[in-house]
Design a protein around this ligand. Structure first.
Ligand code: PMT
Length: 328
């Protein structure tokens, strides 16, 4: 059967799965089956931006602004609420727990005593209070086997992983939450128009025509995960478009919620739009200065709405009941 160009079926037909796809598919399957056996809730958190390669041997690519803070912070709060977490993230974007110590922050917390072969590295006394609580939560999540990391770079890798995650999660029915915070490319260069090798400047300025990426929310909500609690995100730079476009997405895809945010204010203001209501979450200036995460109240609200949407079924078992993943 020939798939229609521009459709999601055509996208999968022309883009081969990534080389590590089968490994990730097995990890996803094992993770979901293990938590399903214990009656746990699982959230799939997607995070970071996707790239669009301009060459097959990729030197240049189209990218976007997303750092992955929303996804990384949200994953931590879902763990606190007893969810097992599939953290599906852009390679090298922010990750749960380590996000607190990026760049020089980690090195500033350490002291080194150089004594030849007995060199020791210690945590500075005033950094122990900062490091210890995060380290404790990190160790607890990993020793309980409560978080699985899978990584993508390009938009096609993202879609292959997304569909594989849905395949494994579908058995959980309403106990699965999809939290689609990744910034997914809307435009791409079709595979057959991408040159094999690095574009040469000697050939003059290239003209690159971008095509529309099919919206994966449509098959995801209708075919892959019809009973899951699906939360998509809407990012705009024009405030006038934000809520109307969030409502239009809900009308079109018929999922549970759109989290609407503006590029400039995304880390202190979001609006939760459901078919019945709109709820704004706003951090005060003091909260922002104190380093509060807006993802804490955001995830708390979603957890509450998820529980209400599927009743007592979602609170069956504490996460601690589930053992760690078997060694790889
Ligand atoms: O990572 P940070 O720097 O912390 O920033 C967080 C964020 C701004 C990236 C995040 O809060 C956010 O808004 N993410 C979604 C951005 C986005 O892709 O919005 P959109 O309006 O282009 O897409 C809307 C929805 O459609 C998304 O949930 C996406 O999963 C989905 N989509 C998008 C493209 C596509 N081809 N298929 C899709 O299904």
């Amino acid at each position: 059967m020939m798939e229609e160009e521009g459709s999601w079926e055509h996208f999968f037909a022309v883009h081969l799965p990534p080389t590590d796809f089968e490994d990730n598919r097995s990890l996803l399957k094992e993770f979901c089956e293990r938590h399903d056996r214990h009656g746990h809730k699982i959230v799939l958190v997607t995070s970071g931006g996707t790239t669009v390669p301009l060459e097959h041997n990729t030197v240049r690519f189209v990218d976007n602004f997303s750092a992955g803070k929303r996804g990384a912070a949200s994953a931590e709060y879902f763990l606190e609420h007893g969810y097992a977490v599939i953290f599906m993230h852009r390679q090298k974007s922010l990750e749960p727990f380590t996000r607190h110590f990026t760049g020089q922050k980690l090195l500033d917390m350490l002291d080194i005593q150089e004594r030849g072969p007995n060199t020791t590295i210690t945590v500075k006394p005033d950094s122990v209070d900062v490091l210890a609580p995060v380290l404790l939560r990190y160790k607890a999540a990993h020793s309980a086997g409560a978080i699985l990391h899978v990584a993508f770079t390009t938009v096609s890798e993202y879609f292959w992983l997304l569909r594989a995650a849905c395949e494994s999660l579908s058995a959980l029915g309403p106990r699965a939450v999809l939290y689609l915070a990744a910034a997914v490319s809307d435009f791409y260069v079709p595979k057959d128009r991408v040159p094999t090798h690095k574009m040469q400047s000697g050939s003059g300025a290239p003209v690159i025509q971008l095509h529309l990426v099919p919206k994966m929310l449509a098959p995801l909500v209708n075919l892959w995960m019809p009973s899951a609690y699906v939360v998509s995100f809407k990012l705009e730079t024009d405030e006038n478009l934000l809520i109307p476009k969030a409502r239009a997405a809900l009308d079109k895809y018929k999922h549970k919620m759109v989290v609407a945010n503006m590029l400039q204010t995304r880390h202190h203001r979001v609006v939760l739009v459901t078919p019945e209501s709109s709820q704004e979450i706003l951090l005060t200036r003091e909260e922002v200065h104190a380093g509060a995460d807006i993802e804490s109240p955001l995830v708390a609200s979603i957890v509450q709405l998820h529980a209400a949407s599927c009743g007592s079924d979602v609170t069956r078992a504490p996460l601690a009941d589930c053992g760690p993943a078997p060694p790889r």
